[in-house]
Design a protein around this ligand. Structure first.
Ligand code: ADP
Ligand code: MG
Ligand code: MG
Ligand code: MG
Length: 418
């Protein structure tokens, strides 16, 4: 369909459009005029509507031709909706039940209709309220292990893997946002940067002057740009995860492309670490605080450990890709050597993860897009204390990533910074 077919569907136009889709109209039930339409988008980029009819509800996401957070002065391609749809389809296939069900997609309108998640709530909001989620470790580790393993060269024949890379290669404008906002701007003077001034002025200046850090972030940037290891979600923070007591759903994969696996795993760990450091700034009783912080650190450890365990299990049982040909690892010696190599691979992936987690943390404190974990700490002095602790750990994680041998080294270092 042609570019010219695009128009923003606000309430009335959206109602008419949905009424013209028989399956969606039947799912909603009742007269189109009776449908309740509410815009709920709280993200930085797109419109999201919840539509409720007599029978059921749906969520409708439409991309805008610009960055919602900034406005029309910052254009952004509508094609991101297509990549989000492609990624959601793939994730639904590889990690069933962990993403919202897809109901309809219109590429020209950059519009996707999906299952409405309720009573699911954005995880980050609940973390600010110190809520613990028992399902989270198992679900997110399964999501990451399966989506990353099955789109990698460990699982795919080379031709299929390269077709996957090609299918997402056009999503470069979204990659560029990450390349600029995460891997470049926080380390230089940039108009969009902000931080908790004046308390963090000195720290912001030291980041701009820290050549060890500039080398480390540039290596991570290159790894992000030049390592098509697997189909990554690309924006896997706790604002892209919706939860209930018993369910976890990953949403919003519009940044998806073939990139380094550690970027997704690092995103999850970074956001949990920020929730940990922010905890001290929120009103909580000492007991509540200790319980929540203990849970977050334990969750961080389990997310990595469970992810690694599941990924290795898949590698041992479902390695149908062209990497590590079985014929090169025959016999007892071969089997033992391949197992040792799997462990070495996971160690390198862990080092990548530690570095990317650090990059994800620093951008939330000095870059354009901040998160409510810190932003909802009203007293700027308290906020700055929490943020500065997170930055101290992040700097060590970035510059000396390989010194963190296990996830317990990360949580241990976080605990010491309280
Ligand atoms: P953006 O790309 O703009 O960040 P998101 O996909 O993250 O958009 O959606 C923005 C918000 O809309 C989410 O934070 C969530 O509150 C809500 N939302 C998105 N998808 C659904 C859904 N399937 N069901 C219910 N709410 C949703
Ligand atoms: Mg979002
Ligand atoms: Mg976002
Ligand atoms: Mg998004």
């Amino acid at each position: 369909q042609e570019q010219g077919d695009y128009r923003i569907l606000h309430e009335g136009a959206l109602r008419d459009y949905l009424a013209g889709l028989p399956e969606i109209a039947a799912l909603l039930g009742g007269e189109p005029l009776s449908w309740a339409i509410t815009e709920v988008g709280d993200g930085n980029l797109n419109l999201v509507f919840i539509v409720r009819g007599g029978r059921g509800g749906i969520a409708v996401k439409q991309a805008l031709p610009y960055v919602r957070l900034v406005g029309e002065s910052w254009p952004l391609p509508l094609s991101r909706a297509h990549y989000e749809y492609l990624a959601l389809s793939k994730q639904a296939q590889l990690a069933p039940g962990l993403v919202p069900a897809l109901l309809h997609h219109n590429e020209a309108l950059a519009l996707t209709v999906m299952e409405v998640l309720e009573p699911h709530i954005i995880m980050r909001k609940r973390l600010v309220a110190a809520t613990q989620y028992p399902r989270f470790v198992d679900d997110i580790s399964t999501f990451m292990a399966r989506t990353l393993f099955f789109t990698s060269d460990l699982a795919l024949p080379a031709a299929e893997k390269k077709q996957g890379i090609a299918a997402f290669a056009g999503n470069h404008a979204l990659c560029k946002i990450t390349e600029d906002l995460i891997f470049t701007d926080p380390y230089r003077i940039a108009e969009q940067n902000r931080w908790t001034a004046p308390y963090l002025d000195g720290l912001a200046a030291s980041l701009r002057d820290d050549m060890d850090l500039h080398v480390a972030i540039s290596r991570l940037k290159l790894k992000f740009m030049a390592s098509p290891e697997a189909l990554i979600h690309g924006d896997l923070h706790t604002g892209s995860i919706m939860v209930t007591e018993s369910e976890t759903r990953v949403i919003d994969p519009e940044f998806a492309f073939y990139g380094p696996m550690g970027f997704d795993v690092g995103a999850v760990l970074a956001n949990l670490l920020m929730s940990y450091f922010a905890s001290a700034g929120h009103e909580r009783s000492p007991a509540e605080r200790a319980a929540f912080e203990g849970w977050v650190l334990e969750t961080i450890e389990q997310v990595w450990n469970e992810f690694a365990r599941k990924f290795l299990d898949l590698w041992r049982s479902e390695a149908s890709g062209d990497a590590y040909p079985v014929s090169l690892f025959a016999g007892e010696r071969g089997v033992a050597r391949l197992e040792a190599e799997r462990q070495a691979y996971m160690q390198r992936l862990f080092t990548d993860t530690v570095g990317f987690a650090a990059a994800k943390t620093i951008r939330r404190i000095f870059g354009l897009a901040h998160n409510i974990d810190f932003e909802l700490i009203e007293d700027p002095k308290k906020r700055a204390i929490s943020e500065a602790r997170a930055v101290r750990l992040a700097r060590a994680m970035m510059v000396e990533a390989a010194a963190f041998r296990t996830i317990a080294d990360v949580t241990g270092a976080a605990r010491k910074l309280r």
